[in-house]
Write a protein of this length. Structure first.
Length: 301
């Protein structure tokens, strides 16, 4: 008899224009991967979670994190925890656990082709992907961490991992308790762009890394010759980057139907097919190796 597919739904307060539905196979198991956005409507997102709770195999939390993990400390984000609390039966993950493992591996593996020691890297936000930040430091890249620039609008570039760690410890307890919309584009704000003084940091960099919503929101019109290392991008995002002159787009997860897979969806998918929750860093390493998933590399110009 045919195997009933596992079902993962990523619920996001982000734009519904980025919704997707994918039927695929992971580790020999058929699986349905959905993304549903609510255009900034948090009560609608909560209602959606409640209506699907116990009916799907795993939830992904899109558009925000449950926590950020930086410099050995974990800070739970108020809005993320509140939204996740509506899932009583079905496990919910935000991708942070998988991201910490996956992105370290991707940075290390890309060293052979990108030669990080010769590159200037703008990381638009690092406290939400501290694994990538540490990996970039380990391979000797010249990194500018833009958390204060893009998250808080302050003209304060961070140029060392040590300073980033101190900043995370100082601001983590504060940021974790403010509305997510204060520090991150949510809903229709994800479709708006701002071109201002922050563009000079893009001009400086050879490679722009980090969360795509921050990149899309603040990137200047001209990105000629740049390499972008990011997470979720749609077909329209790819076209936009191509028009702006981006040389190469690298996403840390594979692309399905023109869209790279969000890490929260992939983490939820691993939980669904493994039947285990929570997963450990060793579990992530094993599952990534078994699935033979590789970053997606698109040469645009």
């Amino acid at each position: 008899m045919p195997t009933t597919p596992k079902h993962v739904v990523s619920v996001s307060p982000g734009s519904s224009q980025r919704d997707s539905y994918i039927e695929t196979e992971l580790l020999g198991t058929p699986i349905i991967l959905e993304r549903r956005g609510t255009d900034g409507d948090m009560p609608k997102a909560a209602q959606m979670i409640e209506s699907l709770d116990g009916k799907v195999d795993a939830f992904g939390l899109g558009g925000m994190d449950l926590f950020i993990q930086a410099a050995g400390r974990r800070y739970y984000l108020r809005d993320g925890v509140r939204l996740a609390s509506h899932a009583k039966k079905t496990p919910m993950v935000c991708g942070a656990g998988l991201k910490d493992t996956l992105e370290r591996v991707v940075v290390r593996d890309l060293d052979e082709t990108l030669h990080w020691k010769n590159k200037k890297v703008l990381m638009v936000s690092a406290v939400d992907r501290f694994g990538m930040a540490e990996a970039l430091a380990d391979v000797g890249a010249n990194v500018l961490y833009g958390d204060l620039i893009f998250g808080l609008g302050l003209v304060v570039p961070i140029k060392s991992l040590k300073t980033l760690a101190r900043t995370a410890r100082a601001l983590g307890p504060i940021i974790s308790n403010v509305p997510i919309s204060w520090i991150y584009p949510v809903g229709k704000a994800q479709e708006k762009t701002i071109q201002d003084w922050r563009g000079k940091y893009f001009d400086w960099a050879d490679i722009v890394a980090g969360d795509f919503h921050f990149i899309k929101r603040y990137a200047p019109e001209k990105l000629t010759g740049k390499i972008i290392l990011t997470n979720t991008t749609t077909a329209s995002d790819v076209e936009m980057l191509k028009k702006r002159g981006v040389k190469t787009l690298i996403t840390t997860t594979p692309r399905f139907n023109g869209r790279s897979l969000p890490t929260n969806v992939l983490e939820a998918a691993f939980i669904a097919v493994s039947g285990k929750y929570p997963l450990t860093p060793d579990d992530y390493k094993r599952l990534l190796a078994e699935a033979k998933l590789e970053p997606d590399i698109l040469h645009l110009n």
